[in-house]
Design a protein around this ligand. Structure first.
Ligand SMILES: [Zn+2]
Length: 301
């Protein structure tokens, strides 16, 4: 068995209201802000309402979709009086929680969303093969047996990732449904609250030095639904791409039944470099095993 060492996750950001009419995250962030304590003592947790104007108006966004404003190009674009509010806000969030790609960025950024689709709980990762996100996914899948817990990651360079979660060194979106926009369902809210609690619980275990086997999600955890509240459904080409991504995900899950040597890795906090199965070394994010988790080139909401 080979060991992969990763740095501790010490600074966590939990964001809600990136889409202002998805209220579970808004209410959860406000609740955590009141408690002023979101996790273990050795973990700093920052809670943020991402798009306060959209939340105030209970709209997805005011001028443009905030969750499409976090590419390297948009974050470095000059700002004028005519710049849409969300693009300005994206740069503010990048200064607060990033900068994206820098050592100062949050170790983990968790962005909270809802969907009107009957999807259960889905974890999106903005980049492929993020071991921390996959481990958190596995932890939630184990500990929330009454909820379908799924995982999707995206195959694109970090600089091109446009979602808020890409600002953190590790990033994930927790999206839960079904919930109509502009309302809070108790069961959906409680599931999101439990998901965030379990995420912080896993981080505490990880930081304590506990070792984890490489992720191997169950084959059954495949989303079969098209989300109805997402921009990707507004034209046929996008819907086609979304279907493609579901197919890609299924391909990924088929690989789960592959050779057992894929499940022999363990990771724990320490250094940043990774050791490959064949004895080679790779930087974080390069040449990492898929672990059977689905990947995609398309967008999330
Ligand atoms: Zn959303």
């Amino acid at each position: 068995m080979e060991v992969v060492n990763l740095p501790a996750v010490s600074r966590v950001a939990v964001c809600g209201g990136t889409h202002g009419n998805e209220l579970s995250g808004v209410y959860l962030v406000r609740e955590l802000q009141k408690k002023k304590k979101g996790g273990a003592d050795d973990v700093s947790v920052t809670m943020v309402i991402s798009n306060p104007r959209a939340v105030q108006q209970c709209r997805r966004y005011v001028e443009t979709d905030l969750n499409r404003c976090f590419t390297a190009a948009t974050l470095s674009a000059p700002v004028s009086d005519k710049t849409p509010y969300e693009m300005v806000r994206a740069q503010e969030l990048n200064a607060l929680l990033g900068p994206k790609g820098a050592d100062e960025a949050a170790d983990l950024l968790c962005d909270l969303h809802n969907t009107t689709s009957n999807m259960g709980l889905c974890i999106f990762s903005p980049v492929a093969c993020d071991w921390v996100c996959m481990q958190i996914y596995r932890h939630l899948q184990r500990e929330m047996p009454s909820w379908p817990v799924k995982y999707l990651s995206f195959e694109r360079p970090a600089a091109e990732a446009f979602s808020l979660d890409s600002v953190g060194k590790h990033g994930l979106t927790i999206e839960i449904g079904p919930q109509p926009h502009g309302v809070v369902r108790a069961d959906i809210f409680n599931a999101m609250k439990e998901g965030v609690r379990l995420m912080l619980d896993w981080i505490q275990k990880f930081n304590s030095g506990q070792r984890f086997l490489s992720p191997s999600p169950r084959r059954s955890s495949v989303p079969d639904v098209l989300r109805k509240d997402c921009d990707v459904q507004r034209d046929r080409a996008s819907v086609s791409r979304f279907r493609e991504r579901v197919c890609i995900l299924r391909e990924g899950h088929r690989s789960l039944s592959g050779p057992k040597e894929n499940s022999g890795r363990s990771i724990h906090p320490g250094e940043k470099r990774l050791k490959g199965r064949e004895g080679g070394r790779a930087e974080w994010g390069q040449g990492m095993p898929r672990g059977g988790v689905g990947t995609t080139k398309d967008a999330n909401g």
